[in-house]
Ligand binder design. Structure first.
Ligand code: AMP
Length: 186
C-alpha cells in the first residue's frame, strides 16, 4: 500500500492516517509531525522551518525535499507508506515522483478527503481549544486555508490526471470515514 492522503487542514488526514497505519501496518509519514518534532528538538531544520509554520505558510520546497528524501530512505518504507501533508504543491508532487521512482515505490492511491470550508473552520477552532496548536489560531487558519486553495488543491488534479485519485466524503464519524477510505482502497 503506497498512499498519499490529501485534503485541507482539519479534514482529518492525521486521524485517518493513524487508523490506516494500524489496519494496514504501513508507516504513517506526517511531514507536519516531523517538522513539529524538529522544532521541539531545536534542530537546524526546526529552526529554519519555524517561522513559516507559525505564519501558516509552506516551509521551502528545498527543506521539505531533504526531509522527505531522508524519511523515504528508511527501512520501514519497504512495507509501503501513508503520506500525510506531503506533497503540498505541484513542485513537491513532481519531486516526490522522482524520489519514489528512484526507490521503485511509486504512489498507487491518492485519497482525497472532501470537507467543505465551513466545517473546516469549525473543526480547526475546536482543535485549537482542545490541543492548543499555535497554528490553529484564527488568523493563521485563514492563511493556511488560502495556501491550501492556491497551492495544495491543484495537487488533487495532478493525481487525477494520473488516474490515481479517489475522492472520499470526509464528513461523518471517524469510523464511517475510515470505512469509506478502506473501501476506496479496495
Ligand atoms: P500539518 O500538520 O500537515 O498541517 O503541517 C503543519 C505546518 O507544517 C504547515 O502549515 C506548514 O507550515 C508545514 N508543512 C507541513 N508539511 C509541509 C509541506 N509538505 N510543505 C511545506 N510545508 C509543510
Amino acid at each position: 500500500m503506497r498512499i498519499v492522503l490529501l485534503g485541507p487542514p482539519g479534514s482529518g488526514k492525521g486521524t485517518q492516517a493513524a487508523l490506516l497505519n494500524k489496519a494496514l501496518g504501513v508507516p504513517h509519514i506526517s511531514t507536519g509531525d516531523l517538522l513539529r518534532a524538529a522544532v521541539a528538538a531545536g534542530t537546524s531544520l526546526g529552526r529554519q522551518a519555524k517561522a513559516a509554520m507559525d505564519a501558516g505558510e509552506l516551509v521551502s520546497d528545498e527543506l521539505m525535499l531533504g526531509l522527505i528524501e531522508e524519511r523515504m530512505g528508511a527501512d520501514d518504507v519497504a512495507a509501503g507508506y501513508i503520506l500525510d501533508g506531503y506533497p503540498r504543491n505541484l513542485a513537491q508532487a513532481r519531486a516526490l515522483d522522482d524520489v519514489l521512482g528512484r526507490i521503485e515505490m511509486p504512489v498507487d492511491n491518492a485519497l482525497s478527503l472532501v470537507v467543505d470550508e465551513e466545517q473546516i473552520v469549525a473543526r480547526l477552532a475546536k482543535r485549537s481549544e482542545e490541543e492548543g496548536r499555535s497554528d490553529d489560531a484564527e488568523q493563521v487558519v485563514r492563511n493556511r486555508l488560502e495556501v491550501y486553495r492556491e497551492q495544495t488543491a491543484p495537487v488533487i488534479g495532478y493525481y487525477e490526471e494520473k488516474g490515481l485519485l479517489k475522492a472520499v466524503d470526509g464528513v461523518g464519524s471517524i469510523e464511517t470515514i475510515n470505512q469509506r477510505l478502506r473501501s476506496a482502497l479496495g
